[in-house]
Design a protein around this ligand. Structure first.
Ligand SMILES: CC(C)(COP(=O)(O)OP(=O)(O)OC[C@H]1O[C@@H](n2cnc3c(N)ncnc32)[C@H](O)[C@@H]1OP(=O)(O)O)[C@@H](O)C(=O)NCCC(=O)NCCS
Length: 180
């Protein structure tokens, strides 16, 4: 398990001046943002659950991972109605770039369901997806929510299994209904 409890996650050798001050971090990315340096990339990455999204940039990210285009009006409503949205930004003081995203729906008290987990393909394989999930789960825990579900595509089941998710046994407990 990755500890994402501290605000600064770096690698040996990074000095404090590489990180944003608490004040700058909060001003750009909001409360509870966490910054992270990755061994494989010289950029500073920031996880946030309160920085607003540019809808076009978000849709571009989701299309980059291969998902279909959705009307922005509906996306905006879906985001407004979501319990939690988390973004992962490649830091730039003027133009932070959205490179990761996930959101949750739920009742805000007991249950939450995770949707739309995505990392820009250029940044996949560096551990950022795992950190995004850890950050998201911490954010849910802060709301007092401990029962969390998600629907994984078959080709990413291992990604979740490695993080300790229990797989629903034998496909017996799920029901899906798609209205076309
Ligand atoms: C799934 C996704 C979010 C993973 O992000 P990522 O940053 O590449 O993942 P990480 O680098 O943090 O991987 C963490 C671990 O999971 C493994 N893993 C990642 N993606 C995997 C996959 N598709 N299948 C199997 N294992 C995977 C990694 O090998 C790594 O293993 P390790 O801890 O033993 O080294 C990313 O590949 C993605 O956006 N995919 C397209 C969208 C998608 O399918 N989302 C999930 C919807 S259910």
């Amino acid at each position: 398990m990755i500890n994402i409890g501290s605000k600064k996650i770096g690698m040996p050798g990074w000095r404090n001046e590489n990180f944003l001050s608490d004040e700058t971090l909060k001003n750009i990315y909001g409360e509870h943002a966490i910054q992270h340096f990755n061994q494989n990339n010289p950029s500073l990455f920031v996880f946030s659950n309160s920085k607003p999204f540019d809808l076009i940039e978000l849709e571009q990210l989701l299309q980059a991972v291969g998902w279909g285009r959705r009307p922005l009006r509906r996306v905006k409503r879906a985001l407004d109605n979501s319990l939690l949205k988390v973004g992962l930004w490649q830091h730039d003081s003027k133009f932070p770039r959205l490179i990761g995203f996930a959101r949750c729906t739920g009742d805000g008290v007991i249950d939450a369901t995770i949707w739309d987990v995505a990392i820009n393909p250029v940044y996949q394989g560096y551990g950022l997806g795992k950190l995004l999930m850890t950050y998201l789960m911490k954010s849910l825990k802060r709301k007092g929510i401990s029962r969390v579900t998600l629907f994984a595509d078959s080709d990413v089941i291992t990604f979740y299994r490695k993080q300790g998710w229990n797989l629903e046994p034998n496909g017996k407990k799920c029901a899906f209904w798609y209205s076309n």
